[in-house]
Write a protein that binds this ligand. Structure first.
Ligand SMILES: Nc1ncnc2c1ncn2[C@@H]1O[C@H](COP(=O)(O)OP(=O)(O)O)[C@@H](O)[C@H]1O
Ligand SMILES: [Mg+2]
Length: 345
């Protein structure tokens, strides 16, 4: 596939090209046979465009970067038959711009969270099951994702799967963790990354757990310490996992599973999926995969029994910060409606 030089010169003016370089952004070249529609995202090293394949009218996403994304494409290719991994169609390069053409997906979880503020119990368990199912297949192919965060979890309206994207720092089976510490994901990093130890399969599940807490509560207990000492964030994660009240979370089986599988093996994801299914049953939730964002009318007709649960956790080492640690403190959980609950002091 060739990029059209003629199109590219008209597409981006010289002045804009210079600005793009200044921002460490790649120059965006339209790809032959595709029409660029709009920018979906702009990140530190690249950006993603929505485009349409003119011959077939099929929507695609084109990820551009100044970094060579060949390994990312190879990993996606290896995972083509896995549930929850988008189709990767083509990897190419023009001058200093590399690009991957892939299946177009709909919304990432951060965008949805910004709109909804938090996810319901039902949706959070559905998302948990779908991400663990995707990780099950990814791990069986020998890949550790290493960058699980709400921006990298996406929906596709035509099916109920949750898609994992961005295999930019993922590792093949025999890859060892590069020396360079990747700190773009400190909010979600598993404790092993804070300790600078070798990243394992189970650590993808720990990252998933932190993501789900954010999606469920609207934010993480250590959110406001970003930019502060990393050791404090790590300690807060440990306190969070040790807190007795953690078992009030609908996705508690994830943390229990993480704590019980602290080794290098590929864990048995089915055990975890079954436990999450049991959680659904305990809440009388039918496994229909109707998410908060997919159908509002049905959500309100779901039967609801109001209740409040008291909880008490282990003491926080950071007494002065205890108020911010919603989870690692004592109080009550009030079920606001059948879809959500809030912590009360
Ligand atoms: N296949 C896709 N379909 C639709 N949007 C996408 C797709 N891939 C990525 N995006 C959007 O672009 C953002 C950045 O993509 P990502 O691959 O994570 O790049 P980065 O390495 O810059 O984080 C995502 O958070 C998502 O909003
Ligand atoms: Mg990303």
């Amino acid at each position: 596939m060739k990029l059209s030089q003629q199109q590219s010169s008209t597409f981006l003016e010289t002045r804009e090209k210079k600005a793009a370089y200044a921002l460490n952004q790649p120059v965006i070249y339209p790809v032959d046979g595709y029409k660029l529609l709009n920018e979906l995202s702009i990140g530190g090293f690249g950006c993603v465009y929505k485009a349409i394949q003119m011959k077939t009218n099929k929507l695609v996403a084109i990820k551009y970067s100044k970094e060579n994304m060949e390994k990312e494409f190879k990993i996606m290719n290896q995972l083509q038959n896995c549930q929850g991994v988008p189709q990767a169609y083509y990897f190419g390069q023009l001058n200093n711009t590399y690009y991957i053409i892939m299946e177009f997906l709909n919304e990432d979880m951060l965008t949805i969270l910004t709109r909804l503020k938090y996810f319901s119990i039902k949706t959070i368990i559905f998302v948990a099951i779908k991400v663990i199912q995707a990780l099950s297949e990814i791990h069986k192919s020998g890949i550790r994702h290493r960058d699980i965060k709400p921006q990298n979890l996406m929906t596709k309206y035509s099916d109920s799967n949750i898609y994992l994207i961005d295999f930019g720092i993922s590792l093949f089976q025999n890859d060892s963790q590069p020396d360079k510490y990747v700190d773009g994901t400190i909010l979600y990093d598993p404790r092993i990354v804070h300790r600078r130890q070798e990243y394992r399969f189970i650590d993808d599940i720990e990252m998933t757990g932190y993501c789900l807490v954010e999606l469920f509560k609207g934010q993480l207990p250590w959110q406001k310490y970003i930019g502060g000492r990393e050791s404090r964030i790590m300690q807060m994660k440990q306190e969070f996992l040790d807190a007795k009240s953690i078992n009030q979370f609908p996705i508690y089986p994830i943390f229990q599973f993480v704590l019980q599988n602290q080794n290098n093996d590929i864990p048995d994801h089915n055990i975890l999926i079954n436990k999450l299914r049991k959680m659904l049953q305990s809440y009388n939730i039918i496994e229909d995969y109707i998410y908060d964002w997919s159908c509002n009318e049905l959500i309100t007709t779901h039967q609801f029994k109001p209740r409040t649960i008291s909880f008490q956790s282990q003491k926080s080492n950071f007494q002065d910060e205890k108020q911010d640690l919603n989870i690692a403190s004592e109080g009550k959980i009030q079920f606001v409606n059948d879809q959500s609950y809030k912590f009360m002091k």
